[in-house]
Design a protein around this ligand. Sequence first.
Ligand code: AVI
Length: 322
Amino acid sequence: MEKNTLTKLENTFEEDVYKGLTSYPKKLSSKYFYDEKGDKIFQQIMEMPEYYLTNAEYEIIDTYTPALAEIFKDEEKGFDLIELGAGDGKKTKILLQYLTKNNYKFSYLPIDISKHALLDLKTTLKKEFPQLEVVPKQGTYLDVLHELNEFKHRKKVIMMLGSNIGNMVHENAISFMQGIQKSMHKQDLLFMGFDQKKHPKKIIKAYSDKTGITEAFNKNILVRINNELDANFNPDKFIQWESYNPETGTAKSFLVATEPQTVFIRKMNLHVDFDAWETIHTEISQKYDLKTIDWIAGQVNLKIVNQYTDAQQLFKNFLFAI
Ligand code: AVI
């Protein structure tokens, strides 16, 4: 029998948790950080002074909005501005403000896995830009790739901000971008954020703030397993640890058990044993340099049209075409 989407999603969480916690070393995917509470914690992260990514990309968009609007526009038919992983759209609003104020012809299609974030966004956009046509879509990145194929009637500008691509290992980033590339036609553009390699201390600080917000973000996955799979993780018996390899540009987050313990996950009838100092790898946040972005673009047959950076060159947004 065909399973409905919800069952499929639930199974994926359950299956991933099972696989991740029965393998060695243990792992859980950061995509499960995000539920209503996780979304809120991520909002707090974006406001932390240590988390430089948000302000840097804000500065880029603020500086280059008029130039981008000119590149994005299609005077005849207008264009579809499709944002992958829209979140609260704070950065995008600068662009929307400029485009609407200057009467550019376009629609905005925010796509996000979080229904909650999309509803909030739609409500605020309705207030701030009553004339703007907003078509929100809820779905995973994979659903999104299917959706993208359906937009062929006019120019597409696909946007993915915030270095979300950095949460994928290169292999997955490449197949994801390949999927996007396949959905693109001659005039379409892809505008994407890539966090840059920089002083390792600055990166470590951004992902291990003293207030414990990032730690709570990581631990939210344990809370979700407790709530959704009826488990008894004690988050206080784990600490979050961040590492950064300046050679590969990979920042990795771990939850580390501070003492030996056994966790029972009732829904799966599974006992999970932890030795003291055993790890669960939770997230990668890839940092890039031009060579790596050039290499990825080459792998997926995309051409770099332009690149934009902030005054401190912490972050870059790249514009790609086929
Ligand atoms: C969503 N993503 C790009 C964030 C990042 O920087 O990897 C998630 C995050 N994890 C810890 N802090 C922020």
